[in-house]
Design a protein around this ligand. Sequence first.
Ligand SMILES: [Zn+2]
Length: 440
Amino acid sequence: MNSYWAAYAWLPDGCHAGVSFDVADGRFAEVRSGVESRAGQEVLPGVTLPGLANGHSHAFHRGLRGRTHSGGGSFWTWREQMYALAARLDPDSYAALARAVFAEMAQAGYTVVGEFHYLHHDQRGRPYADPNAMSNALIQAATEAGVRLTLLDACYLTGGLAATGHLPLDPVQTRFSDGDVDHWQVRIGLLSDLDQLRIGAAVHSVRAVPAEAFSRIDEAAGKRPLHVHLSEQPAENAATQAFYGCTPTELLDDHGLLGRRTTAVHATHLTDTDIKTLGSTQTTACFCPTTERDLADGIGPARRLANAGSPLALGSDQHAVIDPFEELRGLELHERLATGERGRFTPAELIMIASEAGYQSLGWPEGGRIADGALADFVVVRSDSVRTTGARPDQIGFAATAADVDQVVVAGQVIVRNGQHQLGSPAGLLRAALDQLEKP
Ligand SMILES: [Zn+2]
């Protein structure tokens, strides 16, 4: 057992001074606030936060950072660059890249990641000898980086949606597709949970999965997390309206896919009815503010969704930025730009969205909070850096960056100490992984 005393820590009811807690068998115990430190306790200066959840990740997109900004374009031209990168990966190069990306996430303060995984098959679209070779590369990478993983294995069957119906796959997209929903179901049935691994399901989008497949996906997901990209771009709404005569949200709702286990990723372009539907079904909306600004997606109705009843979560998605503080304040700051009002979300709401709500969305309802019996995941943020000096502990999320993360603990194990990941420099790991990919 380890025993800690935090100068400040976020508990479920807010930020407290003088918080003592023990960690035994990977869980918190004896959490007390307003107390002095005891002999033998490790003192945590700064502000201790619950573990932070990255609710939406495509690990390989990290290879595009800082390389997509010349020549203008749109989400759709960015996607062409992403496909070119996807075409080059194999299980070994993906394991190396994902290990580096998950280490970067851990060092930034993320303790659990939801990997929305659709790059399943070999360069010609055929299953590898192990049909889950790519999934297992991601699982191995997360294990080595020390973060919890929810592998959201995506069903991806068609190349897009037009007014006339779904389009055939293009050559790169054949790597994403199992051919039909039956083969997808069989393949994900071969995966199972581990201590720090949960298996979930995903509908890539209404563009990539025809509605006829939804009931099988619903059945395969059962009570597991089910994630879906939803209305990130107006073109998806237009195509869905033209072919199905309804919005993507309505289509998912008509087939029973919305609800508490489901997370709609982005939820950017919604009608008033969509917002009511997502809220009343308590479907989580996972916002990815740094990606949504990077890809010129737009600003989704976060406050209105929360008011309607949707829990919110956060993800770094394509990893133009890996910084949980940028995401959590991005949610609020985008609302400010859109509405002309400050304080659309309180600092306490933002911490809860970044931690407990994200854990819930990823199928870890027992984590994301510092409380007796909860998973012992936490993040210590420096309050003496040039960025954070002078910030109130309860508002540190508006001042800190990933560079201020000093210590990260997952299941009671220290994976980042003094700001350094246990595997060494994530930058060095990234350099090696990207060099391997760029070899002719
Ligand atoms: Zn995504």
